[in-house]
Design a protein around this ligand. Structure first.
Ligand code: SAJ
Length: 438
């Protein structure tokens, strides 16, 4: 197919980098977003999300005139839907005694509806939003066919999951393998030709529902694997073992790769996507459901560890280091670290958080602007994110800044023996009290 003009619906974490990458590869891109503030920011030369390298590429795309943005779609050769698929905040499903979250597909529905008046014979529509299985054929296809055109015959329809890692989006967008699932082989082929404009990784064609499942399987596997790591941490504490040592030893086995325990699973992908399986097949997903529960409970587990370190938490000044959802990023959405801070505040602890990647932090969590100020009058130092800056802390320098000698490490960021040598009592997630280090 010949792609002169592409319309990208949704200019968020995926849509904006994708639209800009197409534009810098010479394609005319029409970016659509329902949020006026996003459009104004982009028109004024700004960006509304943080991602390394994104500002430069968006600027180049807009300056060259190849990327323009508006509230409504226009006619184009291809339409790409990259809108969010969050949960309903106030609606849940139930199966036996299990309560599960439900995907809010309203943004996908509106995006598909917005395309209908502009859809022409020979066009390609690709859904990229992570979605419950069969969304492309059961939800998007019937909406688009309201145009009077038939998917797979008059226009092409495909699903292509984004699999980029926040922090590395621009590189992974180009280098990662790309799966394109069509409602017909011709639709998959058309999708493959579209992404071949910039994708250097392998482009693999399949059907739409397989492509949807691939994405959900990837993130669900990671979630389940993190859940078992978290359960191993709890077991290690019970048996007086250092789980970090045990994991590194187990991982010497050529076919074992245990992930890391921590305060829980955050971000807007791994903690969300497994629910799409549970929602669509609650009778078949007891393991996936339980893994989600284990990971969601982990912030409570961390709170009990802090309680062990400090006794009563009421009025205790806690220096919470890190609020991001994972190391060395500024994204605080669905962050387990922030959840721990909230839980501690709820029981009356005097939390002072420090997040070097986002000094303003989150509403409701008292923030400090400097590390020194954060630890100064603390009763305990609590490491919640494995930011490089925290891993590199020198315990004797820290000891000079504060009178507390209690540190709680939930992410294996610290060299426990060095901290002990500097006079600290070290509480580590996943380390039982009989560990040889104690
Ligand atoms: N985490 C652990 N232990 C680990 C690894 C991660 O507790 O051993 C936690 C992190 O701290 C974080 C959460 O899990 O809170 C998720 O972080 P992540 O780095 O595993 O994943 P994301 O959410 O940043 O990106 C994932 C990626 N998926 C996979 O690695 C299978 C990415 O490739 C996807 O594109 C992205 O989800 C997405 O958009 O779906």
């Amino acid at each position: 197919m010949n792609f002169q003009k592409i319309c990208v619906l949704g200019l968020g974490y995926i849509g904006l980098p994708t639209a800009s990458t197409f534009a810098t590869h010479g394609i005319r891109v029409f970016g659509v977003d329902v949020n006026r503030r996003v459009l104004d920011t982009l028109k004024n030369g700004g960006i509304h999300i943080h991602e390394p390298g994104l500002r430069t590429i968006v600027e180049a795309a807009i300056k060259s005139g190849k990327l323009t943005v508006a509230e409504q779609p226009e006619e184009a050769d291809a339409f790409l839907i990259a809108v969010p698929t969050p949960f309903y905040p106030d609606r849940t499903g139930e199966y036996n005694d299990e309560v599960y979250k439900l995907a809010d597909m309203r943004a996908v529905t509106s995006a598909a509806e917005a395309i209908v008046p502009y859809l022409r014979e020979g066009n390609l529509v690709v859904l990229e939003s992570t979605s419950p299985p069969r969304t492309t054929v059961d939800l998007v296809k019937p909406i688009l066919e309201r145009s009077g055109l038939k998917a797979g015959t008059d226009f092409h329809l495909a699903y292509s999951p984004e699999r980029v890692l926040p922090g590395q989006i621009l590189r992974e967008l180009i280098d990662n393998a790309r799966v394109i699932g069509g409602v017909t082989p011709e639709s998959a082929q058309a999708g493959a030709e579209l992404y071949a404009i910039f994708v250097k990784g392998k482009i693999i064609q399949t059907d739409a529902t397989t492509a949807e499942m691939v994405k959900l399987m990837e993130n669900t596997t990671r979630d389940v694997n993190i859940a078992i790591a978290n359960e191993f941490a709890r077991l290690a504490e019970r048996f007086g073992v250092d789980v970090w040592e045990a994991i590194s030893l187990a991982n010497l086995h050529p076919r074992i790769n245990i992930l890391s325990p921590g305060p829980g699973v955050g971000g807007h992908c791994i903690s969300v996507d497994p629910w799409f399986f549970v929602e669509t097949a609650p009778d078949l997903t007891p393991l996936i459901y339980t893994a989600r529960k284990v990971n969601d409970e982990q912030p409570h587990y961390v709170m009990s560890l802090v309680q062990k370190a400090l006794g009563s938490l009421k009025g205790k000044r806690i220096a919470a280091l890190g609020l991001a959802y994972k190391p060395d990023v500024d994204d605080l959405r669905e962050s387990p670290a922030a959840e721990v801070a909230h839980l501690l505040l709820d029981v009356g602890a005097d939390v002072r958080a420090f997040e070097p990647f986002k000094m303003d932090g989150l509403p409701g969590i008292p923030m400090c602007r400097t590390f020194e100020e954060t630890v100064k009058d603390a009763d305990a130092i609590l490491v919640l994110v494995r930011h490089s800056q925290f891993r590199e802390m020198d315990p004797s320098d820290v000891a000079a800044l504060t009178s507390t000698r209690v540190v709680v490490d939930t992410v294996n960021a610290l060299d426990a023996s060095a901290w002990k040598d500097a006079g600290f009592e070290v509480f580590r997630l996943g380390v039982g009290k009989f560990s040889i280090l104690d």
